[in-house]
Design a binder for this molecule. Sequence first.
Ligand code: ADP
Ligand code: MG
Length: 277
Amino acid sequence: MGGLTMKKEVVLPKKEETQSFYNNANSNKEVLLQVKDLKKIYKMDGVSVHALRGVNVEFYKHEFTSIMGTSGSGKSTLMNILGCLDKPTSGNYYIEGEDVSNFSKDQLALVRNRKIGFVFQGFNLLSRTSALENVELPMVYAGVPASERHKRAMAALESVGLKGRENHHPNQLSGGQQQRVAIARAICNTPSVILADEPTGNLDSYSSIEIMGIFQRLNQQGISIVLITHEPDIAEYTQRVIKIVDGQIVSDKRNDKVLLASEEIKKHKKPGTEIED
Ligand SMILES: Nc1ncnc2c1ncn2[C@@H]1O[C@H](COP(=O)(O)OP(=O)(O)O)[C@@H](O)[C@H]1O
Ligand SMILES: [Mg+2]
């Protein structure tokens, strides 16, 4: 298991670093995730909902992609399949070249624990449990020894700017801080990819930019990210924007003007500070 290679504090990347990073990105693409003719039909009370209607797409290593679409377009359905939380009705799904389409639930769980880090809109933290314990939990399932768990969780919390908050419970943290705990939890098992489903959906605009800044920094450290959003201004922080309508991909474009969270944050007032006009 590779150790964490994270910086000690929340330092958003410098403008020059980010720009040169994105200019050089994708020069040698390596496929990380691939889906072929993916379909998902939900059957409920005799009614069939065609949530995905033949999706073909590849996600590359070290890429930061967003998937955009209106409510009901199939974003979460796609994410659940990419995250091995659900199986497609038909089609194939390859993770690092391995076809997992016909994996059993147990096999999928194993792949999920080893390769995927999740971040959800509602944070999904255990409420009666400290930030530290929340971050340690997936490592318990992965069989990481206690002392190593503790060390990694402390480092991950520090890397998202939560040093000193390790013993806080979720209700003692702001939404943005809770989402940072969720990100720390997602990176602890050194996943191949982070899947984030509307991670800024419950946050104010300042906290949203902070979260996008953390994702940008993790991405620069080599982590691949697929982020789902229905907000166009959030997609602007990502390198590639895929649009999905009615269960089909309708556009897939490189974003040549990636917004830099470290710059955008300066234009916003931190919530809780006094309002001046
Ligand atoms: N578990 C389910 N059972 C039945 N229908 C579902 C289920 N999950 C999603 N759907 C339907 O599939 C379609 C796509 O949903 P979803 O993937 O959640 O969209 P999005 O995340 O883009 O809002 C919607 O019509 C939704 O009602
Ligand atoms: Mg959704």
